[in-house]
Design a protein around this ligand. Structure first.
Ligand code: FBP
Length: 557
């Protein structure tokens, strides 16, 4: 941590995150509900998770008692992309463990799950932790995207956890990492290891949510950070009156971030990947739709506008989906050979012989930078959508079409349409922002909840905090068995257990609210300027949840 700190960081260090009543109670305990089941693939999942399948829901309740007060040793690891509030999960975990027994110790595994496999860790003491409270980023112990999957990796983890004699390991991660936590929990239980594994729902993408998990942490801060920037871009558009801004937004497959930003700022156009898939809209149809709005606004004298593009868009356009699936099959069968070819032109030539004619045409039409990215996957077999410059592809295609229209108008002696566009990508900018009050409180509560689950000796659970649109006092905390959230999906050609990703529900209130207003936003300048996240001031300015969460929990709208 840098020796020089900003005035905000100094002031923010004094912020005491709010906790629900049950997490403030020294005599809280855990109440277990009825056994649970996943929604689908029950038999297969039961076979894969014989030791942890069907566990009951866990609720942390005031006054129940019965949690261990012995000194505990717990490890924590940050997994995957940064999300504001991660440091507060660790602070909450530390404070809860120390409150139960001052001799408890917390260890941070370094650089993600790889640190657990390699046994690289540091002890997290009060002094070490102090400067990180209420700050963004994952720099306290760093993160990584390694997957604990192969038998040798699972065995190495077991060895390292045993060496430290850990009672618990807390995995702070998204859907893939929580799935990984469940796999490790199952393995350790089967091996007779005493280490419990508890996940914490993290990701700015907002796609790890379900009936039990109302929101993943980091979504609130990231979406509000992007909304501030989009609001400023909207004001620039109405000031300069000469640019269309094409803004790609992080968020992986799900369009939750784009949708939340649209609800916050009312841009002229927002593409929602899930709707594009539902309508089977082709790339050409998407481009035509954008051009249509550009023309309508130009006719009203508005040669400017703002368009939001979710980063995972291409995966939802049917012809791209087909291409991506075909590339996936080639990579599944021949990755080493393909990626071993000396340069892109050779890879390209080879792919032309392996793809269907339709996919080969689309692949050949794409810029080389996109062709290259389409051949890469992360350790969880995800496409690297943050590196696909979809906004630029759309800018080029829209510009081409307007150029063609202008040639046509010119031939008829009509005036041309002025269209200048600028591209932006808001992604990494939002992942390490100072957590909003919501994320600071939510994360601190999640950390406390995870500590109580370890004290209750539960394993294979994801910590949850619910009732999030109410004041923190009224939040409810507990744990959801991970097996309950699993289903089988094909990854690298084989069925794999994974937590079902929550995509935008087109019948849900957030999308419906957006759909009811978007026509007016397209043509008028109905922009809203949310401004920067505020940490000090009136509750309606500082503590409001996202519009998405409020609508989903039926508050407002
Ligand atoms: P997680 O799913 O791990 O939370 O990561 C979220 C994310 O920020 C995505 O929105 C983005 O596509 C991806 O990470 C970028 O990955 P990387 O950090 O490896 O560039």
């Amino acid at each position: 941590m840098s020796a020089t700190i900003s005035a905000l960081q100094e002031a923010r260090a004094d912020y005491q995150p709010r906790l629900p009543l049950a997490l403030r109670d020294a005599n809280a305990g855990i109440e277990l509900g009825a056994p649970t089941e996943p929604a689908t693939d029950r038999d297969a999942l039961k076979k894969l998770f014989p030791k942890t399948y069907g566990q009951p829901q866990a609720k942390i309740v005031q006054g129940k008692g019965g949690l261990s007060t012995a000194p505990l040793k717990v490890g924590v690891v940050l997994s995957g992309g940064q999300a504001p509030g991660g440091h507060n999960v660790i602070a909450g975990l530390f404070d809860a463990l120390k409150a139960a027994n001052a001799d408890s110790r917390l260890y941070g595994f370094l650089k993600g799950p790889g640190g657990v496999i390699e046994g690289k860790y540091t002890e997290l003491t009060a002094e070490f932790l102090e400067p990180f409270r209420n700050t963004g980023g994952f720099d306290m112990i760093m993160s990584g995207r390694d997957k604990i999957e192969k038998p040798a990796e699972l065995a190495a983890c077991q060895r390292n956890l045993a060496e430290l004699a850990l009672d618990g390991l807390i995995v702070i991660g998204g859907d893939d990492s929580n799935t990984n936590a469940a796999v490790l929990a199952e393995y350790l239980k089967a091996e007779g290891s005493p280490t419990c594994v508890i996940g914490v729902p993290k990701t700015i993408d907002g796609d790890m949510k379900n009936e039990q998990i109302e929101a993943s942490f980091g979504f609130d801060t990231a979406a509000k950070t992007y909304s501030e920037l989009i609001g400023s871009i909207c004001r620039d558009a109405t000031s300069a009156v000469k640019h269309w801004h094409f803004v790609k937004l992080m968020g992986r497959a799900a369009s939750h971030i784009a949708l939340e930003c649209a609800l916050q700022t009312h841009p002229n156009l927002t593409l929602v990947s899930e709707e594009i898939e539902a309508n089977s809209a082709s790339l050409q149809e998407i481009v035509d739709g954008i051009v249509d709005i550009v023309l309508q606004r130009a006719a009203a004298g508005r040669n400017y506008g703002v368009l939001l593009v979710p980063e995972g868009l291409v995966e939802f356009i049917p012809e791209f989906r087909k291409l991506i699936d075909e590339l996936g099959t080639v990579l599944g069968d021949e990755e080493e050979y393909l990626l071993g070819l000396p340069d892109h032109s050779e890879r390209f030539q080879y792919l032309m012989t392996r793809l269907t004619a339709e996919s080969a045409r689309l692949y050949g039409f794409l810029p080389e930078s996109i062709q290259e990215v389409l051949l890469k996957r992360d350790s969880h077999d995800n496409l690297l959508v943050s590196q696909i410059e979809t906004e630029r592809l759309l800018m080029d295609l829209v510009s081409d079409k307007i150029r063609a229209l202008n040639a046509h108008y010119e031939a008829k002696g009509e005036g041309e349409i002025r269209f200048n566009c600028l591209g932006h990508f808001f992604g990494y900018e939002g992942r390490c922002a100072f957590p909003s009050n919501f994320d600071a409180d939510y994360c601190y509560s999640l950390g406390h909840a995870a500590a109580q689950l370890v004290r209750g000796k539960l394993t294979g659970y994801t910590a949850n905090v619910q009732n999030l649109t109410k004041p923190a006092d009224e939040w409810l905390a507990g744990g959801t068995p991970v097996t309950m959230m699993l289903n089988l999906e094909r990854r690298k050609g084989a069925p794999k257990p994974v937590i079902r990703k929550a995509l935008v529900d087109l019948n849900g209130r957030p999308f419906q609210m957006f759909a009811a207003q978007r026509d007016a936003w397209a043509l008028n300048d109905d922009y809203v300027f949310p401004g920067a996240i505020q940490y000090f001031g009136p509750a309606e300015v500082c503590d409001a949840p996202t519009i998405t969460l409020a609508l989903e929990q039926r508050v407002g709208g």
